[in-house]
Design a protein around this ligand. Structure first.
Ligand code: PGA
Ligand code: ZN
Length: 400
């Protein structure tokens, strides 16, 4: 155990060219950790609050840093995160900003790992097991809030469920991404990439399903293991109460129609994963869909749960979803994120550790996924801020 002796905060760039918070934590015995906050675009209404970077830094300097420096041990993550909560004093980090909180929390964890001479995932209490590993869900076609004039569904995700290793899974997703690019070219569809590096063509969702099915099958044949696919529908972004339901351009589906539509998609495409198929306030419709397809696919709550144990409890009670997306910056600290994972596992919900659309080269979530033995990690396919996590997973596997 080693005392935190310095915490410094600065403004750095994220992958969208926006500013974000970077934290450096130093300890008495020479330990050092550095981490950066990611940032969402299709953020859930109930997430912890991200403040403008200059405000978050100023507030954390004033109230959080004095409670950390000379006061807490970098090796004791619970103590660090309790100090962040005490400094903030709200239940959503609206005083110091979830962006400052999560950067400090993750930097302290890395400093603790440095002092212990352990990789971060081991410091967080995990081991790389090899027989199970986090399967990367890779966004290969996307639209919604992440790209203008593209698909209505936010993310079409490759899921190499039969991959024998992390390395092969990561390369399979990259191959699906490449294959999708080739199919688009053959079809004469020009395409740029969205915020997460997925192709963002101006096509209907139905064409995206065709292309995904073809690309996944071609690559599965090449690599010789099973690859399926899934979706993040970002239902809260599609939902417009005034319009009477889920808006897909000119077409609007009411809640019952949306449940039917998603259940049909699961059936038709053998989807392995459906995230936020419904609005973030509609636990009931989530429960209905889970009842219908939960034995065949993961119904995952992102904006529904926002990595928040209280919202997860409500889901467990109602049978809404059977999986939870875990984004440390949605809740503000690593300890809170781990609590959500543990509560999920106890209740038979599969945790999926996730990046945000605005990312950095920070690879903490790769370690969090291994530490918690999560069955999935959602962290993109290509692009430096995505490969930072994927390559870290490959290194963890190789050194195991
Ligand atoms: P976000 O999108 O980071 O923009 O919120 C990712 C997601 O919805 O999973
Ligand atoms: Zn999502």
């Amino acid at each position: 155990m080693t005392l935190v002796t310095d915490v410094s905060l600065r403004r750095v760039l994220d992958s969208r060219g926006n500013e974000t918070v970077e934290a450096d934590v130093q300890t008495e015995s020479g330990g050092f950790g550095r981490a950066k906050a990611p940032s969402g675009a299709s953020t859930g209404e109930y997430e912890a609050i991200e403040l403008p970077v200059s405000e978050a830094i100023a507030a954390a300097r004033e109230t959080a840093i004095p409670r950390l420096v000379g006061e807490v041990f970098a090796g004791d993550q619970r103590e660090v995160d309790a100090a962040l909560h005490a400094a903030d004093g709200t239940d959503d980090f609206s005083d110091i900003g979830a962006n400052s909180a999560v950067a400090i929390s993750m930097a302290a964890a890395k400093a603790g790992a440095d002092v212990a001479g352990l990789p971060l995932f081991q410091h967080l209490g995990g081991t790389f097991r090899g027989d199970t590993f986090p399967v990367p869900l890779g966004n290969v076609i996307g639209g919604g809030e992440h790209a203008a004039d593209a698909t209505h569904i936010q993310e079409f995700l490759a899921a190499p469920v039969g991959a024998p290793s992390v390395e092969e899974a990561v390369f399979a997703n990259a191959a699906v991404h490449q294959e999708v690019g080739e199919i688009l070219e053959e079809r004469g569809v020009p395409s740029a990439k969205g915020d997460e590096g997925a192709w963002a063509p101006s096509i209907d969702d139905s064409e995206a399903f065709e292309i995904m099915a073809e690309a996944v099958e071609t690559v599965a044949d090449d690599v010789g293991f099973d690859i399926r696919f899934g979706l993040d529908m970002a239902g809260a972004e599609l939902y417009d109460a005034d319009a009477g339901g889920y808006v897909y351009g000119d077409k609007v589906r009411d809640t019952d129609e949306q449940v039917d539509y998603v259940a049909d998609l699961v059936e038709e495409y053998d989807l392995v994963y459906v995230e936020d198929p419904l609005d973030e306030d509609d636990f009931e419709a989530f429960a209905e869909l889970t009842d219908r397809v939960g034995d065949r696919t993961l119904v995952c709550g992102d904006d529904l749960f926002v990595t928040n144990v209280e919202r997860l409890e409500r889901g467990i009670e109602q049978g809404a979803a059977n999986s939870i997306l875990v984004k440390p910056n949605q809740i503000g600290t690593l300890s809170d994120a781990v609590d959500a994972v543990e509560r999920a596992i106890e209740s038979g919900y599969d945790p999926v550790i996730s990046h945000r659309s605005g990312e950095t080269e920070d690879a903490t979530i790769a370690h969090l996924a291994v530490a918690t033995d999560a069955p999935y990690i959602k962290t993109g396919t290509v692009g430096g801020e995505r490969t930072a996590k994927l390559n870290e997973l490959i290194r963890i596997e190789q050194n195991a």
